[in-house]
Structures are given as C-alpha cells and as structure tokens.
Design a protein around this ligand. Structure first.
Ligand code: ZN
Ligand code: ZN
Length: 347
C-alpha cells in the first residue's frame, strides 16, 4: 500500500467526487434538454381554433405545447376542510411532526421534521380559454408542480409535564408540535400547462404527460417564470457538477504532489547510499593494501572508520552502515534527532 500513490481516504474522496460530478452533470444535461424543449414549445391560445388545428395535425397530436387557462372542475369540486367556501380540483393535506433531536456530534439540538400523514385528492378538471373553449387536463398528479396555494396552516404546540422532560432528556428527543397544512389548486386559478396535446376519440382536446419522456408541467406561474426557473435550476446543477469535478482534480493534485515528494526523497537516499558504498569500497581497498585500521573508529562497531556527519548536531561518530542500522534517527552521542546525514571525505 505504501508504494501506491493514492491513499484509501483520497481514493474515497476522488471516487465520490467523480460519481457526484457525473450525477450532477447528468441532471444538468437533463435540465438543459427540458429548457431547450420549453424554448422550442409553441404557446397555443385555448380557443375554438384549437380543435381544428389538432384535426389538421397528423396523428391529431402536438408533442410539446404550452397552454394557459383557468381551472374549471368538471364535476363536483373538492371542498376545503379548513377554509369555508374554498373549492378546488387538487387538495393536499399534510400533517408534519416537528421535533428537536440531540446531535451528539455537534453537541446541539437540531430541528427535525417528519411527515406523519399525507393525503392527496384530485378531481377531473379543464383549463378554460376564451369563448368556452377548454382543454382537459389528464394525470395532473404526474406533473411537476402544480405549486398549489397554501390555504390553511396551523401549528399545534406540544405540551408536556415534568416527567416528560426527564424522558426527553434521556431519549434525546424533544417534540415541538405538529404542523397541519392544506394546499389547494383552486377553481378559477390561472394555470400554465406544458405537455402533449391530443384530440381524443371523443373530439375533446386533452393535455397529458408527453409520451417521449419530456417533463410535464402544471404551474400557477406564467410560462416565462416557469422557463426562467428551469434555467436557474440547470445553472445550479452545472455549478455543483463543476465544484465536484474541481474537488476531484484537487485530490489528484494533492496525491501527485505527495508522490513526487516521496520519489524525490527516495532518489536522494539512493544517491547517498551509492556515495557511501563508493567510500566503503575505497576504505576496504585501503585495508587490503595493508594500511592500518583507522585510529579513530566508529563508536558503534569499533572497526570501520567514522564515515558521516550527523546533522543538525554535527557529530562525526559512526560509519554509514551503523547509521543505517540505528533503530531511530537519533544521534548516538547527544540523542538529538538526525535530520540529514552527509558523507565525510578525508583528503
Ligand atoms: Zn560502525
Ligand atoms: Zn550528536
């Protein structure tokens, strides 16, 4: 593992940044496609000419169009449970529990939210244009949006006694209360629909989720706002993908820099070893030539001549072989750390 240029932690960081940037880039491309399709989609007025237009179209189907109209329920509309007199075509009732949870890592209480109960009701509805012309909306719950109006919101505060407090202290959870909301797409609201427009067998124009997999929108915003919002989202995903890619590059550069340093260090050591070996060979030669053994031998082996300077202390006390055999890089004379060792040449 030591020779491997990338450590496990860096590998994990690199892997996740590559995976995340890939994922974000994929979402960005998808959003771009949606934005392009929205830019190309024709905005059609809902009027009496719409049926004729669809009749003249091959397949009686327009793949991706924008229509705007007001919501009109076909049968009996849904009645609000909490607001008297409010009627709509999609109703969403949600009960959320809010509590504080003790976070032992951050050592604070953090907010936590959980959906306890959720119910969505919908009835069939039309988008009404001019001169009583209308388009029926199919599968409204499959659409992105509809950003419905919150018509009721009530927070029920939790109440507790002394024993509850002790229980909360022990369990690390403090209930704050429950939030009850009702959202509704009201009858009469103006709605922008983007999807596939067809003329059905009953000669009614209908808008439905596009069969080519493009995004289906129902929004209470106008078309321009919807388009700009999608563009903004695409930009956010692009920035996220870039950040992740840059993080990956940074990890690679970090690992590369460390690897380069290791190589350099190893290379220096190798050089030094060669120099000492050369010196050792010369000494042996001298010995063989009958010259007496140094009168000032290495303090460790007491046979070889002292062959190196230990830095920073500067002691000349041992031969290179004994220096290499030291269990720790500490000078045998003064116990100071050895930062560097320099071969000693006697002329
Ligand atoms: Zn020695
Ligand atoms: Zn020393």
């Amino acid at each position: 593992m030591e020779d491997f240029p990338i450590r496990a932690v860096e590998m994990v960081c690199l892997g996740s940044s590559v995976a995340l940037s890939g994922l974000f880039y994929y979402i960005y491309r998808k959003k771009c496609k949606t934005v392009n399709k929205l830019n190309e989609a024709p905005v059609l007025p809902v009027d009496e000419k719409l049926v004729d237009l669809l009749n003249a179209t091959p397949g009686k189907c327009l793949q991706y169009v924008v229509i705007e109209g007001t919501v009109q329920s076909i049968g009996e509309p849904l009645r609000s449970q909490f607001q008297e007199g409010s009627v709509g075509v999609i109703q969403k009732l949600v009960l959320r529990e809010h509590k504080l949870v003790w976070n032992s890592l951050a050592r604070t209480w953090t907010d936590s939210e959980r959906v306890l109960h959720q119910r969505v009701n919908a009835v069939h509805f039309n988008l009404l244009g001019v001169n009583k012309a209308f388009v029926r909306v199919l599968c409204p719950l499959e659409a992105t949006g509809p950003n419905m109006e919150i018509i009721h919101e009530k927070f029920h505060q939790a109440s507790y006694g002394f024993t509850d407090l002790i229980g909360q202290y022990l369990s690390g959870e403090k209930p704050k209360g429950q939030l009850e909301t009702e959202e509704m797409l009201k009858v009469g609201a103006s709605l922008t629909a983007v999807g596939e427009l067809i003329l059905d067998t009953d000669r009614l124009p209908k808008i439905r989720p596009p069969t080519d997999g493009s995004e289906y929108f129902l929004s209470t915003d106008d078309f321009e706002t919807l388009r700009l919002e999608q563009e903004g989202q695409a930009e956010v995903w692009r920035v996220l993908a870039c950040i992740c890619a840059l993080a990956g590059v940074a990890v690679l550069m970090w690992a590369g820099r460390r690897y380069y340093r290791q190589l350099k260090q190893r290379w220096e050591q190798e050089n030094m070893r060669r120099e000492f070996e050369l010196m050792g060979a010369e000494e042996r030669e001298e010995e063989e030539n009958g010259m007496e053994v140094s009168e000032n031998p290495c303090v460790i082996c007491l046979s070889n001549p002292r062959g190196c300077v230990l830095l920073d202390c500067g002691h000349v006390c041992c031969c290179f072989r004994c220096y290499q055999a030291l269990p720790q890089p500490i000078c045998p004379i003064c116990r100071q750390n050895i930062r560097r060792v320099v071969p000693l040449y006697q002329a």
